[in-house]
Design a protein around this ligand. Structure first.
Ligand SMILES: [Zn+2]
Length: 465
C-alpha cells in the first residue's frame, strides 16, 4: 500500500517536473561543479567577465570541428545520419542568421540581431589522424543516463518540503530537489566504464553526446533534462591533477536524443515544443559562454549584456498548450527597461518555433571565447592541412542523388568509404578528367579519399540522398 502511494507520488512529481521542463541543466551543472571544485563558479564568472570586456570585433568566419557521439539502447535512440545532418544544418543556419524564420524577429530587435559568423563541420579527421565521418555510434546497456531511483527522489522531496498531495513546485523547491539529487553523476555518458564513450580531444573538437536523458519511474520515458553544456574556462594555474584533466574528460555538450535534429520523428512529448534542433543551438551557446537572457533570476539579475533586455523569468510555457509567438510577444517582465522580453532569443526557454536570433553582444562574447579559452577549436580547423595541400579537385553536387561528378588537376586514386570505414568504390583518376560516377549506394554519409602521386591525401565528405 505504501509502495503504491509512493509510486503515485513519484508519478505526480515526475509529471509535474516534466510539464515544467528544465530545458537545460546548466545551472544544475554549475551547482554540482561548485560542490566538486569549490571556487569554480568564480572562475566561470571571471572567464565570462573577461570575454565581455574583450568582446570580439573580428569578422572572419570561424569553423568548429564537431564530433557527434550517438549512444543508443534502443533503435530509436540510434538517430540516423539524416537527423544528425539536419542538426548540423540548424546550427549553421542559426549561427549564421540564415535560419528560414529570421524574418520573425520583431522590428524592435531587428537592429541587434546578428550573424555570429560561426560554422560547424563534422570532423573529417579523428584525433589519430584517420578519416572519419565525425559521428560515433555506441550501443549501451544504459536505458537512461539520468540515474534516478525512488529512494533518492523521495528523500529529495521530503528534504525540500514538497507538498506531496499537490506537487506544484516553486523554483526554490526545484532547485533544492536538484541540489539534493546532486549526488548522481551527470556525466556518465562520457566514459565507457559507465556505458558511455570518452570524448575526443576536448580542446580541438566540440564533442556532442546524444543519448537518453529521460527518467522512467512509471513505465513511461519522460524527458528530465533536454541538455547541458560545460562553459568555457579560462583556467589559470590550477594545482596539477585537479581541475583541467577532469574537465577535459567532460567538456562539451549533451543533448537528449528526442530534442536532437530538426523534425526528429522520435521527438515524442517534445513535438511542437522542442523539435526544431534549437536545444542544441541553446547548449552550444552555453558552450561558447552565453548565459540565459533572464540571468537565472528576477529583474535584478541579468546576463550582463545590454542588448538583451532584462527579463524577470524564463519564457517557458507554463501550460500543456503550446502558446503562439504573438502571445509570448506580450511578455514584458521588467517594466523599467521599456522593452518587452526578447523571447526570440535562443538563450531563452520559449517555444523553439518562436526563437530566431542571437544578439550583437552575444555574438561578440562567443567569438571572444573562441579567440580565448576555446581557441583550440579554431587551431584544429586550421590544421586540416590535407585540404590545403590538395585542393585542386572538385566534387559536385554535394549532396548528390544519382550521379556524382569529380574533376581534378592531378592524377589520384579515389577511394570511397561508408560510415563503417568499408571501401565501396576504388578508381584511378587522371589529371584533367571529369569523371561521372553513378554509384548504387544507400542514402547516408560517405567519405571520398583522394591520394595523389606524392602520396598526399585529401578526405571529403559527401552525402547521398
Ligand atoms: Zn540553458
Amino acid at each position: 500500500m505504501r509502495i503504491v502511494s509512493l509510486s503515485v507520488l513519484c508519478c505526480l512529481f515526475i509529471c509535474t517536473l516534466s510539464a515544467q521542463v528544465h530545458k537545460c541543466g546548466v545551472s544544475f551543472l554549475e551547482k554540482s561543479l561548485e560542490t566538486q571544485y569549490p571556487g569554480i563558479q568564480e572562475l566561470i564568472n571571471k572567464t565570462y567577465e573577461n570575454a565581455l570586456a574583450n568582446a570580439s570585433i573580428t569578422r572572419e568566419v570561424y569553423e568548429i570541428p564537431v564530433v557527434i557521439h550517438v549512444l543508443y539502447n534502443t533503435s530509436n535512440q540510434n538517430l540516423s545520419d539524416d537527423i544528425i545532418l539536419s542538426q548540423m544544418d540548424v546550427l549553421n543556419e542559426d549561427f549564421r542568421r540564415l535560419n528560414p524564420d529570421k524574418d520573425q524577429t520583431r522590428e524592435i530587435f531587428e537592429p541587434v540581431a546578428a550573424d555570429a559568423e560561426i560554422e560547424f563541420v563534422l570532423a573529417n579527421v579523428d584525433p589519430d589522424g584517420n578519416p572519419t565521418t565525425g559521428i560515433t555510434r555506441t550501443e549501451t546497456d544504459k536505458e537512461s543516463f539520468v540515474e534516478l531511483d525512488f529512494a533518492s527522489l523521495l528523500a529529495a522531496l521530503l528534504e525540500c518540503g514538497v507538498d506531496i498531495t499537490n506537487p506544484e513546485l516553486t523554483d526554490e523547491q526545484l532547485e533544492c530537489i536538484l541540489e539534493s539529487l546532486g549526488g548522481f553523476d551527470l556525466d556518465v555518458m562520457k566514459s565507457s566504464a559507465t556505458g558511455g564513450i570518452e570524448p575526443w580531444d576536448t580542446e580541438r573538437y566540440l564533442n556532442i553526446w546524444v543519448c537518453n536523458l529521460a527518467v522512467n519511474l512509471t513505465g513511461e520515458d519522460l524527458p528530465f533534462l533536454l541538455g547541458f553544456a560545460y562553459p568555457p574556462l579560462g583556467a589559470p594555474n590550477w594545482p596539477p591533477g585537479t581541475l583541467p584533466e577532469d574537465i577535459a574528460a567532460k567538456d562539451g555538450v549533451v543533448v537528449h536524443y528526442q530534442a536532437f535534429g530538426r523534425n526528429n520523428p522520435f521527438s515524442g512529448p517534445l513535438a511542437g515544443l522542442s523539435d526544431l534542433g534549437r536545444t542544441t543551438t541553446h547548449e552550444v551557446g552555453h558552450y561558447l559562454g552565453l548565459r540565459h537572457i533572464w540571468g537565472d533570476g528576477d529583474c535584478t539579475m541579468d546576463d550582463g549584456l545590454e542588448d538583451t533586455p532584462s527579463a524577470g523569468s524564463n519564457s517557458q510555457p507554463q501550460t500543456a498548450d503550446i502558446p503562439s509567438c504573438e502571445s509570448l510577444h506580450e511578455k514584458d517582465s521588467c517594466l523599467e527597461d521599456m522593452m518587452p522580453d526578447m523571447i526570440e532569443n535562443y538563450m531563452d526557454y520559449s517555444v523553439e518555433s518562436c526563437q530566431n536570433m542571437f544578439s550583437v553582444q552575444q555574438v561578440g562574447l562567443m567569438r571572444a571565447m573562441l579567440e580565448g579559452p576555446r581557441s583550440g577549436l579554431l587551431d584544429n580547423a586550421m590544421s586540416d592541412v590535407n585540404d590545403q595541400i590538395f585542393s585542386k579537385f572538385n566534387i559536385s553536387p554535394n549532396p548528390f542523388t544519382a550521379s556524382l561528378n569529380i574533376s581534378l588537376e592531378e592524377n589520384a586514386v579515389m577511394e570511397m568509404m561508408n560510415v563503417h570505414g568499408n571501401t565501396v568504390l576504388v578508381e584511378s583518376l587522371y589529371a584533367g578528367e571529369n569523371k561521372i560516377f553513378k554509384p548504387s549506394l544507400s542514402p547516408g554519409v560517405y567519405l571520398i579519399k583522394l591520394t595523389n602521386d606524392q602520396g598526399l591525401t585529401s578526405i571529403s565528405k559527401v552525402i547521398k540522398q
